[in-house]
Design a protein around this ligand. Sequence first.
Ligand SMILES: [Mn+2]
Length: 291
Amino acid sequence: MTAELPFDRGIADITAIADFIHSRPAIPERIVERRRFRTIWISDVHLGTRGCNAEMLVDFLDHVDSDTMFLVGDMIDGWRLKKRVYWPAAHNDVVWRLLKRAKRGTRVVYIPGNHDEAFRQFTGLDFGGIAIQRNAVHETADGRRLLVLHGDEFDAITLAHRWLAHVGDAAYTLLMGVNRWVNAARRRLNLPYWSLSKHAKAKVKNAVAFISQFETVVAHAAGLKGVDGVVCGHIHTAEMREIAGVAYFNDGDWVESCTALVEHFDGRMELLHWGDEIAARSRDTVVAIAA
Ligand SMILES: [Mn+2]
């Protein structure tokens, strides 16, 4: 099922977005008690590509809420959309839910990445209640200052772009295709979502080296800026650790890991792996039926 783009292939018709929330989502909003957080960070959704797990993100958005939400870049894959339009209804549904949140009073900050860099020209503007910024400093409930940025700023000095170059290449595309088939089969067998490329990536020594170099460079740069920590995305690898006295957080992605970073109301940070959350939920249902 292919839906109408909420805007005309990119940003030309951005004003149409204001009317877009008056439409109805293809996947109706689930009326459930939402887990509340002080802050939520997500990134690397890559709407407009087949790799995007839009349905899982829709499920996530229907189960959580927060005072502030940061969209940390690569939300829409403009590079892919330029080549070929791929925009199923579920991708519209993600945009619809984000706009709806902003309308309901969540402070939504969008920090475009390299795949959606076209939005960077709108830095300082606001569309549908979503503020577009180049980066941000977030203060946690326990008083830590965190620099929030996408992370491609460091491509020139890290080897991450070499790993990321693979993201666009044939081998990775094939791997993602296999990943989709494996998970379609697992769904039919009622097994939880499983990331093939995540497991492959962890096994490839070079990928591991690129990732740890990226993390070190980003944490070091944040340290020089005098903040207590940094939140980024870009390398599709969720992480939460201390690097040379700087708290490094990466919210992961919605292509492979389906992860989000959240801040609880006491300032405690946590990485949510949404595949695991869904699996736990269906286990609970099975138990409830059995009981
Ligand atoms: Mn990126």
